[in-house]
Write a protein of this length. Structure first.
Length: 147
């Protein structure tokens, strides 16, 4: 009986926790100003002169960059990736913020074409979920325990 209670308690706790999409998707417009500041500021952060296209831990960034990212109130940001854009008609940088639970908040100056704003998709047997936030931002999570 004791084991059953423990299983029910742990199972209930796991399934009752809210996920990042529960606040990022509906609150995206409120977050947009802070996200736009990050898009403008990160390419000027001194660390990116040597770390372009690489995983950069938040504590490696300048204090100003750290404050901007922490202002987003995401759970335990692991790292940020800044890379040159992959679209041919736009110059700029793509940004990927990776945080707890293998969640990815991504920006591209190119219009995001694989998902529309407001759309939610499940792919790869439901292991990958994506949400279109606007024409340049999307959120995705990898639920595959193998990675």
């Amino acid at each position: 009986m004791k084991n059953l209670l423990i299983i029910l308690f742990v199972g209930g706790a796991l399934f009752s926790c809210s996920e990042p999409n529960d606040h990022i998707v509906p609150d995206f417009e409120e977050m947009k100003t802070d996200l736009d500041l990050i898009v403008k500021h990160l390419p000027t952060d001194p660390i990116y002169n040597s770390k372009l296209n690489k995983f950069v831990r938040v504590n490696e960034l300048s204090k100003e960059s750290q404050q901007l990212i922490n202002k987003l109130d995401l759970n335990n940001v692991y790292y940020v990736i800044l890379s040159t854009t992959s679209c041919s008609n736009v110059n700029g940088f793509e940004i990927e913020i990776v945080f707890e639970g293998d969640w990815h908040l991504c920006y591209s100056p190119c219009e995001v074409s694989f998902i529309s704003p407001g759309e939610h998709k499940e792919m790869n047997d439901h292991f990958i979920e994506s949400w279109g936030l606007d024409s340049n931002w999307h959120l995705w999570v990898n639920r595959d325990f193998i990675g």
